[in-house]
Design a protein around this ligand. Structure first.
Ligand code: FES
Length: 102
């Protein structure tokens, strides 16, 4: 699968709880939502907050610094103060391996 990097094991991810990773200097989070895995850049577009340390509620990642919310499915802003969406990445699950296209 060209372009995809093996990141972690599916069995190691918890539902509705973001986990932070860094590959090739890209900081991103993985979150499992209703059994599906999503990947999003984890540097908040508002002021650089660590989204991987936030929470996942109602399908949104909440920034721990000023509570901006980003939709897990497409990175769009669900609530400010952030106005710029987060970059999201394609995820492929092969067996128990989670691969991300960065
Ligand atoms: S740094 Fe994330 S909302 Fe401000």
């Amino acid at each position: 699968m060209p372009g995809f990097v093996k990141v972690t094991k599916l069995s190691g991810l918890k539902e509705n709880a973001p986990s932070g990773f860094e590959v090739n200097k890209v900081k991103f989070l993985l979150v499992k939502l209703n059994g599906k895995v999503y990947a999003m850049n984890s540097v908040c577009t508002h002021a650089g907050g660590p989204l991987e340390k936030g929470t996942c509620e109602n399908g949104n990642i909440l920034c721990p610094w000023h509570k901006s919310e980003f939709k897990v499915t497409d990175g769009s802003v669900a609530r400010g103060p952030a106005i710029k969406p987060e970059q999201t990445y394609k995820v492929n699950v092969v067996g128990d391996d989670v691969l991300v296209e960065l």
